[in-house]
Design a protein around this ligand. Structure first.
Ligand code: AMP
Length: 224
């Protein structure tokens, strides 16, 4: 019986931008998740399948070996903590994980236009932060010496400061259009975010012969 390989991906931006990388590894999904309600998508390889999960669940599927390989944003990986996962290294940059250069954006602090963030974020001040990324936000403000009350949300963070739920938000910003449409402005850059390849630690050993050509094909097809 040939070994099976399962790749965990999320719908939308990551799936779309991963298609060329999969193609470089000779993997073609049988259908697009946007056109289907299927959560397991076969590919042209009888022993390789995709599973479609929420972006924030990709590391969990890979951690427990339900998927051997996954693609997840650095934001999601920082929040997850990385237990049970390994990130293949970039052979061109010493000690750096392979950055797939997809779903690129920035993790930013944003406030309502006119809010005096410089004054409100002095060491010793207290801020209410709404975010989907409590660990990233807590670490960022701890390093600044600012006390925070973190309000965990699962989406539409932009609404929170507009209705008095928080003073600011910590969220991903790509074009900046969502902030602008809600009269918010980005005031602090926390980190550049892009997607990473993650591999189940045990699978990297037991399925090396299947996994390694895929990892190498992905590395060779990264957009510059
Ligand atoms: P934008 O209006 O282009 O700045 O996009 C901002 C919205 O898209 C926010 O709701 C973000 O949470 C979300 N977003 C932006 N980039 C990403 C990404 N790479 N992955 C997931 N969500 C993102």
């Amino acid at each position: 019986m040939p070994q099976q390989l399962t790749i965990a991906l999320s719908k939308g931006r990551i799936f779309e931008e991963t298609l060329p990388l999969l193609a470089a590894a000779g993997i073609v999904p049988s259908e697009a998740p946007e056109n289907s309600r299927k959560l397991i998508i076969p590919t042209n390889h009888p022993n390789i399948r995709l599973v479609i999960v929420r972006a924030s669940d990709v590391p969990t599927y890979v951690q427990y070996g339900a998927a051997d390989l996954g693609i997840a944003g650095k934001d999601v990986l920082i929040e997850h903590g990385g237990e049970g996962l390994c990130q293949p290294l970039d052979l061109n940059i010493a000690h750096q994980p392979l950055d797939l250069q997809i779903a690129k954006c920035r993790m930013m602090v944003a406030v309502p236009q006119g809010f005096d963030y410089a004054a409100a974020s002095q060491p010793g001040c207290r801020l209410r932060i709404a975010t989907k990324y409590p660990n990233i936000a807590a670490e960022h403000f701890a390093a600044k010496g600012v006390h925070v009350d973190i309000i965990k949300l699962y989406g539409s963070m932009e609404l929170a400061p507009l209705v008095g739920l928080s003073d600011c938000i910590v969220d991903l910003v790509s074009t900046g259009n969502t902030l602008k449409a809600n009269n918010l402005e980005a005031v602090e850059h926390i980190a550049n975010i892009s997607s990473r390849l993650i591999v189940n630690k045990a699978a990297l050993k037991t399925k090396y012969a299947l996994l390694n050509p895929i990892i190498e094909a992905f590395a060779g097809a990264i957009p510059s």
